[in-house]
Design a binder for this molecule. Structure first.
Ligand code: ZN
Ligand code: ZN
Length: 365
């Protein structure tokens, strides 16, 4: 987005200075700052006692911090009463535990319907569909004891999704499963992620962690490391480059400005970009390499052409087209980009009136 709010608007959760003490001596979480983006799959790893489950519980509205703030969709939830937090969680969070917590004398279908009952209204057809979605259409009348571990966990996922939660929490969801069941459950999480669900998962399994967009390593109640999957790193780089271009356009680009305005929260991205020789930081100044310039120009061009496409062809307003463009721009290949540009007669300005860098297609008569 050209007005510079895209980082904030896309975030689902922002946690600041998050601290959880269980007594004077036990500091389970120690001043943690964290942002969870919409659609992100975040894996929390670390030894037991590192604070990963505490963090999961705080972000998932199961617990309240001793200190610090949590914003969930820009609502300050850390000051909610226990009752308010409960209600908020029921409406916004779906939870999958390591232990299945299914009721033994109810069928798979009835277990899902029970969750509906707690949430709002019982709807048998919807519950059936939810089980079909997780591949259990044939097993809806089975009792938990007649289902394999993997199948039981899939019932739990169906149950967690019943209120269309904005956030899915999963605490070691494959911890009790054999290898084959683990594979089917992980496949399910992959599909949920592809559909745009936001997933926070605690796991000790490195392979599972690698499926996530980002792995957080916790130690002694602090975030000791944060690693992006290669694909996510590329998208983050593009988003960051886009922002840098916009700042330069506004004449505000400097290292101090980035630092002051919390752009360096993801300091890893900047380091990664230096390693990939897209830019250099010298004496607190930022210099782009020619590869960096090209890459930046390219992403801005894709973003603004996508805006044109959404506003002109689909009649979205400026803001809506900007939000949609933020998703779409990462998927545009050079050929499609040129076609969009040509179709709209090589537009010079985006709907916000910002300049669209020209491409090869624009040079031809
Ligand atoms: Zn624009
Ligand atoms: Zn063109």
């Amino acid at each position: 987005m050209d007005d510079g709010r895209w980082t904030k608007m896309s975030s689902l959760i922002q946690a600041k200075n998050l601290t959880r003490r269980y007594s004077d001596h036990v500091m389970a979480l120690d001043h943690v700052d964290l942002t969870v983006e919409r659609g992100e799959w975040l894996a929390m790893m670390g030894p037991s006692g590192s604070g990963k489950t505490t963090l999961l519980n705080l972000l998932g509205c199961l617990d309240r911090p001793t200190e610090g703030e949590i914003f969930f969709e820009n609502r300050l939830i850390s000051t909610f009463s226990a009752q308010e937090l409960n209600r908020f969680r029921r409406e916004n969070v779906g939870i999958v535990f390591q232990q299945f917590h299914l009721i033994g004398y109810l069928t798979a279908l009835e277990n899902v319907m029970l969750a509906q009952y707690y949430h709002s209204m019982v709807d048998r057809e919807e519950a059936k569909r939810a089980l079909e979605d997780v591949g259990l259409g044939e097993r809806i009348h089975h009792y938990p004891s007649q289902l394999s571990g993997g199948e039981q966990q899939r019932v739990c996922v169906a149950r967690a999704l019943i209120n269309q939660p904005k956030l899915i929490l999963a605490d070691e969801p494959t911890g009790n499963l054999d290898e084959k069941s683990e594979e089917t459950v992980l496949d399910l999480f992959r599909r949920l992620h592809a559909k745009g669900h936001t997933i926070l998962m605690v796991t000790h399994d490195v392979t599972v962690g690698k499926m996530a967009d980002r792995q957080l390593q916790l130690e002694h109640g602090r975030i000791a490391g944060s690693y992006l999957s290669p694909l996510q790193a590329e998208e983050d780089i593009e988003n960051f480059l886009k922002r840098l271009w916009e700042l330069r356009e506004e004449g505000k680009l400097s290292y101090d400005y980035l630092q002051k305005n919390n752009f360096l929260d993801h300091a890893g991205v900047l380091k990664y970009m230096q390693a990939k020789e897209l830019l250099e930081v010298k004496d607190r100044k930022i210099y782009f390499t020619s590869a960096g310039e090209l890459r930046m120009r390219d992403i801005i061009r894709r973003h603004r052409l996508a805006e044109i496409l959404f506003s002109k062809a689909l009649h979205m307003d400026k803001e809506e087209s900007a939000v949609e463009a933020c998703q779409f721009e990462h998927m545009l290949n050079p050929d499609i980009t040129e076609r969009i540009c040509t179709f709209f007669h090589h537009p010079k300005k985006c709907p916000h009136g910002k300049e669209i860098p020209g491409g090869k297609c624009c040079e031809r008569p």
